[in-house]
Design a protein around this ligand. Structure first.
Ligand code: NAD
Length: 347
């Protein structure tokens, strides 16, 4: 790693959003990156094999809960910023096993905030001025949105799943460090991401792989739950805009105004998979309505006006194009998903 560049420390860089952000930073931002990741069942190191020998990239396998490790890393690499993505992220797993989510998303976030604050406090001059801690939270912290009332930066935190509650707790801790110690904090709340290299337990890849294999497509409840979709490339560019231009102490919601019912998304995937196999397999007939997730939020929707106003960010990938490319990616890279299937701990 070049001694002249102060790297960005990205936690959870081997996960879905993380690997996209790492590769984007190296390719588009000319940044040096240190990726701290525990490599849980959710990570796929193959996602970063194309950059593992990049001179500006370092991977450190480790746990954000490990205070000694985190302090040593900050001392060794002296980053200009921390982008904190590492988390347990699957809502269904949080319902089956809440404590695991509290350990990483609450205790881990607190450990990282504490180490970051101590590190930042001993920086001087421009290095201290420039340092930022960017917490990547989620739109799920706001609870379920009413029709025509998307969440924005003023929305109250009303988390309703153990996952969302653990992410909110991380946010509360982060704001407390900003208020108490002056840590230059930024918070982002992205909506549902999709794109290549997302774990096949999540809705879009799960449906693509099942549709390709002509297997049942389980949809929770009536399938009319709505999610606001953003392509992961657009989300990562938003995160970098927030890092560069966001005002410390501020929250930025991130979304692409693409709120759709789950059933609509699954049907679109079926059509794309049918088209790809050229067999008019009418895969939508494989949709099976299954018992709803307990406490399932009906609607997530966000309005990213503040982000668009304060930075020159805007989404560039339509859902139609992004979904088509995502379907193609999963069908062209079966080995990537196969590596993860069966690795997840049983619930
Ligand atoms: N994917 C989405 O739709 C979405 C939307 C909004 C916000 N987010 C947030 O973005 C972040 C990344 O989400 P994702 O979808 O890429 O998640 P992911 O599950 O794909 O990846 C999480 C990564 O964190 C790592 N990790 C987990 N526990 C760790 C620990 N204790 N120490 C170090 N590393 C650890 C895992 O190994 C994995 O590589 C999360 O904080 C999530 O809450 C995700």
């Amino acid at each position: 790693m070049s001694a002249k560049k102060r790297p960005i420390l990205i936690t959870g860089g081997s996960g879905f959003i993380g690997n996209t952000l790492v590769r984007q930073c190296l390719a588009e931002e000319n940044s040096a990156i240190v990726n701290l990741d525990k490599l849980t069942y959710a990570a796929n190191p193959d996602s970063l094999c194309d950059v593992e020998d990049h001179p500006d990239y370092r991977f450190v396998e480790g746990d954000i809960v490990d205070a000694r490790l985190v302090a040593d890393l900050l001392e060794q690499f002296r980053p200009s910023a921390i982008i904190h993505l590492a988390a347990e992220t699957h809502v269904d797993r949080s319902i089956a096993d809440p404590p695991t989510f509290a350990v990483t998303n609450v205790l881990g976030t607190c450990t990282l905030l504490d180490a970051a604050t101590r590190y930042w406090q001993q920086l001087e001059g421009p290095q201290r001025q420039e340092f930022r801690f960017l917490l990547v939270s989620t739109d799920e912290v706001f609870g379920s949105a009413e029709p025509d009332q998307p969440f924005d930066e003023q929305s109250r935190l009303e988390p309703r799943s153990p996952y969302a509650a653990s992410k909110s707790a991380g946010e509360h801790l982060a704001f407390s460090f900003s208020h108490t110690y002056g840590l230059p904090l930024l918070i982002s709340n992205p909506s549902n991401n999709y794109g290549p290299r997302q774990h096949p337990e999540k809705l879009i890849p799960k449906m693509i792989l099942a549709a390709a294999a002509q297997q049942p497509l389980p949809v929770y409840g009536d399938g009319k739950h709505q999610r606001d979709w953003i392509h992961v490339d657009d989300c990562c560019r938003a995160i970098m805009q927030i890092l560069k231009h966001g005002l410390p102490g501020n929250r930025y919601v991130v979304g692409a105004d693409m709120c759709l019912e789950n059933l609509h998304v699954v049907r679109a995937i079926c059509n794309l998979v049918d088209e790809r196999f050229g067999d008019n397999g009418q895969r939508y007939k494989l949709i099976e309505h299954v018992v709803d997730r307990p406490g399932h939020d009906r609607r997530y929707a966000v309005c990213a006006k503040k982000l668009r106003r304060e930075t020159d960010w805007q989404p560039t990938i339509s859902l139609e194009q992004g979904l088509r490319e995502t379907v193609a990616w999963y069908l062209d890279h079966p080995e990537w998903s196969e590596k993860l299937i069966g690795k997840a701990p049983q619930r």
